[in-house]
Write a protein that binds this ligand. Structure first.
Ligand SMILES: NC(=O)c1ccc[n+]([C@@H]2O[C@H](COP(=O)([O-])OP(=O)(O)OC[C@H]3O[C@@H](n4cnc5c(N)ncnc54)[C@H](OP(=O)(O)O)[C@@H]3O)[C@@H](O)[C@H]2O)c1
Length: 248
């Protein structure tokens, strides 16, 4: 049996959050291409989620879109219940939805701090917690972290702290949910520049990356697919960052 499979012959269902746009969509499309049925979560990007579903159906796969505000206390559990009610037991959960908000020290409110933590850190925990009873026999969770979880960026203290928390969450959940459910994280470097990131900033980032280029959403999707199949791997953080952690 593969790392995230149910009984032989059963369809594998992956819930991917934030799959109406960008990296989340790339993960959803990649899993569909590998034969997974996909629950496509979105919040504001309804048309984007429809496009993700249509692309999966066009490749012969099965997918359905589900809307949820994951920053609300009840949003994560509501999403899991909706997916389970429509699609049945879940084989994999990929938590990709997040914000990246600038939080200058000296100008960041408690409300901003709480909102970032609610979406980036609390939601992955609440999703995992709600998913446990809804998983197939052998489930797997992949959390999408960020190189900023280990690499301090002065303008993004709260984002970095939330993503450091995501890495810790992967380790703690892995211990709490073993042996039935494996939990790992992928920590990307720059794979898709945020809207409005100046070209000069992208160039400086690339210069500062040992492999000398930015990555692509497909690099994250490949890492997610690996971790979903890696039956003897749990509690790991896979850094997909062009080597930023080994800069001299
Ligand atoms: N892009 C990169 O180079 C990069 C680098 C390092 C780490 N990452 C991580 O990779 C993941 C995806 O990155 P990305 O660049 O694709 O992110 P993004 O463009 O900022 O997309 C964020 C996603 O989060 C969802 N979202 C935002 N607020 C939400 C809410 N309140 N409730 C539910 N969903 C909400 C959005 O859904 P809607 O649009 O439907 O509202 C969207 O799909 C994130 O965890 C990010 O931190 C990305």
């Amino acid at each position: 049996m593969s790392g995230a499979a149910g009984a032989a012959g059963t369809e594998r269902l992956a819930l991917v959050t934030g799959a109406g746009t960008r990296v989340g969509r790339a993960i959803a499309l990649d899993l569909a291409a590998r034969g997974w049925r996909v629950a496509v979560h979105y919040h504001g990007s309804g048309p984007g989620a429809d496009e993700t579903v249509a692309a999966i159906v066009a490749m012969g796969g099965r997918a359905q879109a589900f809307r949820a505000d994951l920053s609300s206390p009840d949003g994560p559990a509501g999403l899991i219940e909706a997916v389970h009610a429509s699609c049945g037991p879940i084989t994999a959960l990929v938590s990709s939805a997040a914000s990246m908000v600038c939080t200058p020290v000296g100008a960041t409110t408690a409300a901003t701090f709480d909102a970032i933590i609610a979406l980036n850190l609390r939601a992955p925990f609440l999703l995992a917690q709600a998913a446990v009873p809804r998983f197939t026999d052998a489930g797997a969770i992949v959390l999408i972290a960020d190189h900023m979880g280990t690499e301090p960026w002065p303008g993004y203290v709260v984002h970095g702290v939330s993503k450091a928390g995501v890495e810790a969450l992967a380790r703690h959940l892995a211990a709490a949910l073993a042996p039935r459910i494996r939990v790992n994280a992928v920590a990307p470097g720059l794979v898709l520049a945020p809207d409005g990131m100046p070209p000069g900033a992208v160039a400086r980032f690339v210069e500062d990356t040992p492999l000398g280029r930015s990555g692509a959403p497909a690099d994250v999707a490949d890492a997610v697919a690996y971790l979903l199949e890696a039956a003897f791997v749990t509690g790991e953080v896979l850094h997909v960052d062009g080597g930023r952690r080994v800069r001299p």
